[in-house]
Design a protein around this ligand. Structure first.
Ligand code: ADP
Ligand code: MG
Length: 276
């Protein structure tokens, strides 16, 4: 993998879609691994109580001793204390999620600064000290306070869309939530990237969905499409990204390409963008 330019400022990207099973976690960890392989420093923040991103990055999130994003949101620990290096790559870090994060969605409701806790926790000094170029936040399948925290902490949203029936279902609601966050909490937030996932080239439907998504989102949609592949779904069972599990596979190659495309768009600015 060739090197990618370092962005001028660290890019903070939230991977969101309130629909479950569309490839948020798979995209978060594999784009992160791809960027690390392309020579960049990457931090994945796992905001899903299921902890699947942590698992895929080789971190045992069921270990009761580990520091997690839960304590980070509560302000009990610092980012430096919460992040761990992933065995997947020396430039890849993760703030893992543990099951107690499931309670946070409700506990946060009564807290001060409940929407800005993650943003406040991501201190740029620690980011710089670890040479982090990209922060990727994996959201749970809801539009609750955890996802709002992710949207307030980020500058960009990456929406994975599965090439299946009802692909765009719920996307309107996602976009209006993003607009609400823009209006009230984070005016810099924008949808920079859409990634088509689980594309099955044998079906006509997959092409129809891809066309529809491209009509809707224009050049926000990466040219690279992630194919449906059993290997991609096997990798997390081994605590690995697809890029480690089978580097030569189509799934790994497509995530390497998607990471490269995302990285080459680093200079794209909000000004070119009229819509959310
Ligand atoms: P989300 O985080 O949006 O819920 P996941 O990334 O966990 O979605 O993916 C849902 C399921 O689909 C997981 O079992 C995952 O392994 C599988 N999966 C994701 N991407 C692919 C793909 N390209 N091909 C086949 N299976 C995939
Ligand atoms: Mg997930």
């Amino acid at each position: 993998a060739g090197r990618l330019p370092r962005p001028v400022e660290p890019r903070i990207i939230t991977v969101a879609n309130q629909k479950g099973g569309v490839g948020k976690t798979t995209t978060s960890v594999n784009i992160a691994a791809a960027l690390a392989l392309h020579g960049l420093g990457v931090l994945v923040i796992d905001l899903d109580p299921q902890g699947n991103a942590s698992t895929a990055l080789g971190i045992d999130h069921r270990d009761p001793e580990i520091s997690s994003v839960y304590e980070l949101l509560l302000g009990e620990i610092t980012l430096a204390e919460a992040m761990q290096r992933s065995p997947a790559h020396e430039r890849l870090f993760c703030v893992p999620a543990t099951l107690d994060l499931a309670g946070a969605e409700i506990e946060l409701v009564s807290m001060v600064a409940r929407e800005t806790r993650l943003r406040n926790a991501i201190d740029l000094e620690t980011i710089r000290a670890h040479d982090i170029d990209y922060v990727i936040i994996d959201c749970p399948p809801s539009l609750g306070l955890l996802t709002v925290n992710a949207m307030v902490a980020a500058r960009e949203v990456l929406i994975p869309i599965q090439c299946e029936y009802y692909a765009l279902e719920g996307v309107g609601q996602l976009l209006s939530n993003i607009e609400l966050v823009q209006a009230h909490l984070n005016k810099d937030l924008w949808v920079s990237t859409v990634l088509l996932t689980m594309y099955d080239g044998r079906t006509k439907l997959a092409d129809q969905v891809a066309d529809e998504v491209r009509r809707h989102f224009g050049d926000k949609v990466l040219t690279t499409v992630i194919p449906r592949s059993v290997k991609v779904s096997e990798a997390p069972g081994f605590g690995m990204t697809i890029i480690e599990y089978d580097p030569g596979s189509r799934g790994a190659m497509s995530y390497l390409d998607a990471g490269r495309e995302l990285g080459m768009r680093a200079s794209a600015t909000r000004q070119e963008d009229g819509t959310a």
